[in-house]
Write a protein that binds this ligand. Structure first.
Ligand SMILES: [Zn+2]
Length: 308
């Protein structure tokens, strides 16, 4: 008998104990497989960031404000690094920056200040006091916050990420698109919830690259074609959920993802401004928004380049 035959025979039940073992094998193996199959997608969802442009602006302005407050005629003051504040909160709030409010961020910023002295000056009848501050190190602040060793490492891992790219790609508040080549796909809605470029994942590190812009809009808001073209795909596509791909002239392609429904068919010719579907949250999405992507020669480019 060959080896394979012997192995198979060894698995065949010949008494009650073996029957139970055999049955267990049939229960346990699928459980292990299911666990492995679902572990992937769950991890992927947890890795969705993020700190928005507006939230980063809040950290920058508060760090600046608190730093400014340390400056006086007798001290040039200290400079608080806003990136350290973001990194700490990324770990404190487990990436959910919606929990961050200006008051708490200011309190956190002040933990970086240690008063080491003061200068008393008689000005007229009054005695004015000018405090002198020293900047606490990140480790000192993390100790004050009672961070564990693991949490401290996460903060430092987060700090190794380059934030500048995120800010470069972002647009200022109250921005509205300049429509030249392309028409904005959700008329009147300019809330950008995630920008094109490197995604920041506060806990696990950089999550690849965000290939489009996310426009936060209520579910069922009409989505329109950005330019005349031909629908080359309309349907389900894994992470995109319900998505429409449109090809235009000049090697240009636009994609509209996470739709709740689609109103066009493959091969349909559309005009700029035609409704192609409605905003939704299908696929890898945490809330209703349009993921709008522009590709040139197949390569994703910053959609804002077409609206600035
Ligand atoms: Zn997106």
């Amino acid at each position: 008998m060959n080896v394979l035959g012997k192995v198979l025979l060894a698995f065949l039940p010949d008494d009650l104990e073996s029957v139970i073992k055999f049955a267990l094998l049939f229960i346990l193996v699928p459980i292990v497989f299911l666990t492995l199959a679902f572990a992937g997608p769950i991890t992927a969802v947890e890795k969705i960031p993020l700190v928005s442009y507006e939230q980063i602006q809040m950290y920058i302005s508060i760090a600046k404000k608190v730093s400014e407050s340390t400056k006086n005629p007798y001290s040039e003051g200290v400079e608080i690094d806003w990136r350290q504040l973001v990194a700490i909160d990324a770990v404190r709030f487990k990436q959910d920056f919606s929990e961050a409010n200006p008051q708490e961020v200011e309190e956190l910023a002040k933990l970086f200040l240690e008063k080491v002295g003061e200068v008393k000056v008689k000005e007229g009848d009054e005695v004015k006091i000018y405090p002198i501050y020293r900047l606490r190190s990140l480790d000192e602040v993390l100790n004050i916050l009672h961070f564990s060793r693991e949490e401290k490492e996460k903060v430092k891992e987060f700090l190794s990420i380059d934030f500048s790219a995120l800010l470069d790609y972002a647009v200022p508040e109250n921005w509205s698109p300049v429509e030249k080549t392309l028409k904005w796909p959700v008329s009147g809605v300019y809330t950008i919830t995630s920008h094109f470029g490197p995604r920041i994942d506060p806990v696990y590190g950089v999550e690849g690259f965000h290939s489009g812009v996310d426009i936060g809009a209520p579910a069922r808001t009409p989505v329109t074609a950005a330019l005349d073209g031909e629908v080359v795909y309309a349907g389900w596509n894994d992470g995109y959920g319900l998505v429409v791909f449109i090809w235009h002239n000049n090697n240009l392609e636009t994609r509209y993802a996470h739709l709740s429904s689609i109103t066009v068919k493959q091969r349909q010719i559309v005009k700029a401004g035609d409704v192609i579907g409605y905003v939704g949250s299908t696929g890898k999405s945490t809330g209703p928004h349009l993921h709008f992507e522009v590709r040139v020669g197949g390569k994703a480019v910053n959609p804002f380049d077409f609206f600035k």
